[in-house]
Write a protein of this length. Structure first.
Lengths: 135, 135
DNA sequence: CTTGACTCTGGACTTAAGTCCAGAGTTTAG
DNA sequence: CTAAACTCTGGACTTAAGTCCAGAGTCAAG
């Protein structure tokens, strides 16, 4: 049988605060945990993975709803739907990368053009801030 | 003299809801607007630009606090500080792009490997969801 | 057994960023 | 002038994602 751990250890191992683990259970992002006779929650490998998955997703800017959607794919029987959902996610990510790349290029150009000293009127960054072009 | 417009027109032109414009004023992201004798707010070119800047920033995932920081650079006298702040922003953006690029590549690989039909056990997307590697 | 660490619950509180509202006054097109 | 459209204020409400708390019970080391 697999070892199970308490909520404190789960929290430490997965990098998610205890309160947040309970919160995720409350909102249904995690299944109700198994309990000891005392009422203490017990967790196995599966929920550790799930929690780490959630943490990674959040770090990437997905909302909990989006993460839940991703996770629920795992229980889908319909492989085509899974693939479609993954494609939508991909399109999202690509759009965000494109936007950020534009910003990055803009910032790079400004920084490169700014002498880093002298009069404010000569600073291209300040000038750009006061009149940007449309996105 | 420049034409000035009311809050409704400002909202339409800058793509920000009226209530949100007032909200921005309440929280200090916009300066208190000029007023007519009636109390109606009046806006000029400058605040239209500012609002559009804010909208763009939000679209890129910056918080209002970050946007305010960016905007306040415009009133900074210290060109070196402006340059430094812009560099920090750039580093941020680059980090986010790198993260998203990893996700994109992962998703692409999964989608490419998924046949889009057949048994769930053969779907690499579902398999990846149940056991991801660490970020 | 005792002590310190851990866990339980339900609910209140927080932050960010709005969004909505009522009731009153203002502007403008016809 | 009248009606429709616009704007004002202050405050209440919303959503997302936690975060904190009190008071009570439980577990583990010595």
């Amino acid at each position: 049988m697999t070892t199970t751990i308490g909520i404190g250890q789960l929290a430490r191992r997965s990098g998610v605060p205890i309160d947040t683990v309970r919160h995720y259970e409350r909102i249904g992002l995690l299944k109700p945990a198994a309990r000891l006779a005392s009422g203490y929650r017990r967790y196995g490998e599966a929920e550790q993975k799930r929690l780490r998955f959630i943490r990674r997703g959040k770090a990437l800017g997905f909302t909990l709803d989006e993460i839940q959607a991703l996770l629920s794919l795992g229980s889908s029987r319909d492989v085509a739907r899974v693939r479609g959902a993954a494609s939508e996610r991909l399109a999202d990510v690509e759009r965000r990368i494109a936007e950020l790349t534009r910003v990055r290029d803009g910032l790079r150009a400004l920084i490169a053009a700014c002498p880093g000293h002298g009069r404010a009127e000569d600073c291209p960054i300040l000038n750009a801030l006061s009149q940007e072009s449309e996105p």
